[in-house]
Design a binder for this molecule. Structure first.
Ligand code: UDP
Length: 477
C-alpha cells in the first residue's frame, strides 16, 4: 500500500494554562500518528512545554519573542496565570495581540497543511484563507458549553439564564457579565467560520444529543479528540504542566499513599481564580467543619516573598494548620493536579469547573463539588450536575470576571460543608454519583484507545485534512 505523506500542522496556543496545556496535548496526538507538528509559542512557555509534554521526533517548537518591554511586563511573565494583579492581566492580554506579526510571518514563510489555533486569535482566519489552507479552531470548552453559550436567553427579572432549545431543560441562577457575552459572541462568530472545532472532550460526555444539536444549529463540525490529558503517561509529564509544581511528585504521592481510599477532598480553583481573603477563610471553616481530609491548593500571593503570620491569619483561621496537620495539606502555588486526581485516596474534587479540571476529574472517575466562578464555568457546572449527574452544586451565584477583585457574594462555610458532606460522608446519593463518575471515567479512557470514539475521530480528521491537502496540491500542480 502506498504510504500517505505526513501532514504538516502548526498549533498556536493562547497564553494561559487552561488553553495551552490541552491544545499542546492535542498536538502530540497528531505527532504520535506520524504527522509533523510545530507548536508556536513564546520562550518561557516553550521551556515549560519542552520539559513536560511527551517527546515525539516529529514535534518541534517555534518560539516568537514575547513583547515584555513593549507592554511593560517583567521578563518571564508570559501567561495570564503569571500576572500578579489586574493591571498585569491586561498587559498579558495586550501582549498576545502583539504576537500576530511574528507568528504570521513565520506561518507565511513555512506554510503548513493546516493551522490549529485558539479562537482568541481570530486573525488566524484571514491568514489561513490567504494561504488557502484549512484552519481548525480551539476554545478549550466542552461542546455542551458552546451549545449553551449560543442558545442562552437571559431572564433579567429573575437574574437567570434559560435555554429554551437545548436538549435538557436547564436554568442557571446567575447571569454572565455583559462584556463576557459580547466577547464570546464575537470570538465564536469567527470560530464558526473555521473548518471545524477541536474539542477536548470525548463524545460520550458531551453526548450525541449535543453533538447533533451543534451540527443542526450551526452547520459546523466539532471533532471530539479528548480527554487530552491522557497523553501524559509518566510522573514527570503529569507533574510539570503549565507551571513548575511547588510540591514534588514524591512528597505528594507519599502523603496520599498514607491515606485511606477516597478519604481526601481535593480543592483547586484552576490557574486564574484569586479569591479574596474572606472567601478563603470561609473555605477553611467549611472543610474544617466537614471533618474530612483534604488537599487545598491556594494560589501563591503573587509578587510577595514570604507571607507574614499576620497576613496569613486574614485567610487561614487560627489553629487551622495545627488541627489539620495529619489530615490536610495546603499547597500554596501550583499543584500536580493530574497526579492528585488519579490517586485512589481522592474521594471528591471541589472545583471551579474550568473545563480542563472538569474533564480531568471525570477521566479520573472522581465526583465533583461544583463552584463556578467565571468564564463558561457556570455551563460546565450544569453538565456535571443536572445533565450527567457526576457532581453536586455548592450554590455559587456570582458570575465574575477573571481578576483579583473583591466578590460581592461569599459562598458560606455552611454551604461548603453541606456540599462536601453530600459526597464525602457516603450514603446512597453519594454512592450513585460516584458510580456514574467511575462509569464515565472508564468511557473516557476507552475513547482514546484504538477503536474508541476519540481515536476514530482523530483518524477521520487526519483523513479529511489529507484529502484537503491532496486536492489543493492537485490544483497547484
Ligand atoms: N492545574 C494544575 N495545577 C494547579 C492548577 C491548575 O495542574 O495548581 C491545571 C489543571 O490540571 C488544568 C489547568 O491547569 O489542566 C487549568 O485549566 P482549567 O480549564 O481547569 O481552569 P482555568 O485555569 O483555565 O480557569
Amino acid at each position: 500500500m502506498e504510504r500517505v505523506k505526513a501532514l504538516e500542522l502548526h498549533f498556536i496556543h493562547f497564553l494561559a494554562p487552561g488553553h495551552m496545556i490541552p491544545l499542546c496535548d492535542i498536538a502530540t496526538l497528531f505527532a504520535s500518528r506520524g504527522h509533523h507538528v510545530t507548536i508556536i509559542t513564546t520562550p518561557s512557555n516553550a521551556q515549560i512545554l519542552r520539559k513536560s509534554i511527551p517527546f515525539h521526533p516529529h514535534l518541534t517548537f517555534h518560539t516568537v519573542p514575547f513583547p515584555s518591554q513593549e507592554v511593560g511586563l517583567p521578563d518571564g511573565v508570559e501567561s495570564l496565570s503569571s500576572a500578579t494583579d489586574g493591571d498585569n492581566l491586561v498587559k498579558v492580554f495586550h501582549a498576545t495581540t502583539l504576537l500576530q506579526p511574528p507568528i504570521q510571518s513565520f506561518v507565511e514563510n513555512h506554510p503548513p497543511d493546516c493551522i490549529v489555533a485558539d479562537f482568541l486569535f481570530p486573525w488566524v482566519h484571514d491568514l489561513a484563507n490567504k494561504l488557502h489552507i484549512p484552519r481548525l479552531a480551539f476554545n478549550g470548552f466542552s461542546l455542551f458549553a458552546v451549545c449553551a453559550i449560543l442558545g442562552a436567553k437571559p431572564n433579567p427579572s429573575e437574574n437567570s439564564l434559560l435555554f429554551p432549545n437545548l436538549p435538557h431543560q436547564i436554568t442557571i441562577n446567575a447571569t454572565p457579565p455583559e462584556s463576557l457575552t459580547q466577547f464570546l459572541e464575537t470570538m465564536m462568530e469567527t470560530a464558526l467560520k473555521s473548518h471545524g472545532l477541536i474539542v477536548n472532550n470525548f463524545a460520550e460526555l458531551d453526548g450525541e444529543e449535543y453533538i447533533e444539536h451543534y451540527k443542526k444549529t450551526t452547520g459546523h463540525k466539532a471533532w471530539h479528540l479528548g480527554p487530552a490529558s491522557l497523553v501524559r503517561k509518566s510522573i514527570q509529564e503529569k507533574t510539570e504542566r503549565g507551571h513548575k509544581s511547588v510540591v514534588s511528585a514524591d512528597d505528594c504521592l507519599t502523603w496520599l499513599n498514607s491515606k485511606p481510599d477516597r478519604s481526601v477532598l481535593y480543592i483547586c480553583f484552576g490557574s486564574l481564580c484569586h479569591f479574596p481573603d474572606n472567601q478563603l477563610h470561609e473555605i477553611a471553616r467549611g472543610i474544617d467543619a466537614s471533618g474530612h481530609g483534604f488537599i487545598w491548593v491556594v494560589p501563591e500571593k503573587k509578587g510577595k516573598e514570604e507571607e507574614s503570620e499576620e497576613e496569613k491569619e486574614k485567610w487561614l483561621p487560627k489553629g487551622f494548620e495545627e488541627r489539620n496537620r495529619e489530615k490536610g495539606m495546603v499547597i500554596r502555588g501550583w499543584a500536580p493536579q493530574l497526579l492528585i486526581l488519579n490517586h485512589r485516596a481522592v474521594g471528591a474534587f471541589l472545583t471551579h469547573c474550568g473545563w480542563n479540571s472538569t474533564v480531568e476529574a471525570v477521566t479520573a472517575g472522581v465526583p465533583m463539588v461544583t463552584w463556578p466562578v467565571h468564564g463558561e464555568q457556570f455551563y460546565n457546572e450544569k453538565l456535571v450536575t443536572e445533565v450527567r449527574g457526576v457532581g453536586v452544586e455548592v450554590g455559587a451565584t456570582e458570575w465574575g470576571s477573571i481578576g483579583f477583585g473583591e466578590r460581592e457574594k461569599l459562598v458560606s462555610r455552611e454551604c461548603i460543608e453541606k456540599a462536601v458532606r453530600r459526597l464525602m460522608d457516603g450514603g446512597d446519593e453519594a454512592h450513585e454519583i460516584r458510580r456514574r463518575a467511575q462509569e464515565f471515567g472508564k468511557k473516557a479512557r476507552d475513547a482514546v484507545r484504538e477503536g474508541g470514539s476519540s481515536y476514530n475521530n482523530l483518524t477521520a480528521l487526519i483523513n479529511d485534512l489529507t484529502r484537503l491537502r491532496d486536492t489543493r496540491l492537485l490544483h497547484v500542480n
